[in-house]
Design a protein around this ligand. Structure first.
Ligand code: NI
Length: 259
């Protein structure tokens, strides 16, 4: 049983066959999937998937790429979505200084506001941090995100930063990039952090792991990430699958048995 903690089945790349893909992934051994939202439309879709499939859960939030036009009424809508059953996190939220599609102060503002919302609702957060390591850490500390905890998804920081985040009640999630040739730094992170703080994900349709790099990604490929973790930590695949699934169920407070 595997847990894909980060997928985007509302993405247009799944327009033709999203339900087939979700169902096939599930029957291939993926027992839980979290669909992470990026804007209000995406929140609605994530919720619809979670209502359709017992093994799909939703995270609701506004991605740093999607801040155009966001205001207090957007937060009010998020609050409504977040109260629905099967919403297990606020996300994905954070900072993206690589694309910088919104001014950095604006990104920081809405990141902070959404952490406040998560604390109000006692939900963990799913963080997107691209080229914004220091500010991301500073903001989660300043906003007391440790009260609810969360995960840095598609982690790209150092071992030191990972340890700092774990001290702040965060988990580290790795995806397909762990299988890439240039993943030295990430391999070191996976080797060094406690197994109890590691999650796995696909971020599908993006970041397809080897040996399928270049094709569209989907949740069934999360097993390649688990295999790589097993190789790095010299564990059995089954042990990695079990540990990462247990960690995710604990963070997202999921009680339901895997189907
Ligand atoms: Ni994502």
């Amino acid at each position: 049983m595997l847990f894909d903690t980060h997928a985007h089945y509302d993405d247009e790349k799944f327009i033709e066959d999203r339900f087939d893909v979700i169902e096939k992934a599930h029957s291939s051994g993926v027992s839980y999937i979290i669909n992470a939202s990026t804007d209000i439309k995406s929140c609605k879709e994530s919720l619809a998937f979670a209502q359709k499939y017992e093994y799909v859960y939703a995270a609701v939030g506004i991605h740093p790429h999607e801040l155009d036009g966001v205001d207090d009424s957007t937060l009010a809508k998020l609050l409504e979505f977040a109260k629905e059953d099967k919403v297990v996190a606020i996300g994905e939220i954070g900072l993206d200084y690589y694309y910088d599609t919104a001014p950095r102060e604006i990104q920081q503002h809405w990141f902070s506001q959404q952490i406040d919302l998560a604390r109000e609702l006692r939900l963990p957060i799913i963080v997107h941090d691209r080229d914004a390591h220091q500010d991301s850490v500073d903001i989660i500390k300043a906003q007391k995100a440790s009260e609810v905890g969360g995960v840095f998804h598609c982690y790209s920081g150092s071992v030191e930063m990972a340890k700092e985040l774990i001290n702040c009640n965060f988990y580290i999630s790795v995806g397909g990039s762990l299988t890439f040739k240039n993943a030295k730094k990430l391999v070191e992170v996976v080797r060094c952090i406690p197994m109890e703080r590691l999650l796995i994900e696909t971020d599908c349709p993006y970041l397809t792991p080897e040996p399928h790099r270049g094709k569209r990604n989907d949740s069934s490929y999360v097993r390649f990430v688990a295999e790589k973790v097993a190789e790095i930590r010299q564990m059995d695949f089954e042990e990695v699958a079990e540990a990462t699934l247990r960690n995710a169920k604990e963070l997202f407070k999921i009680k339901a048995p895997g189907y």
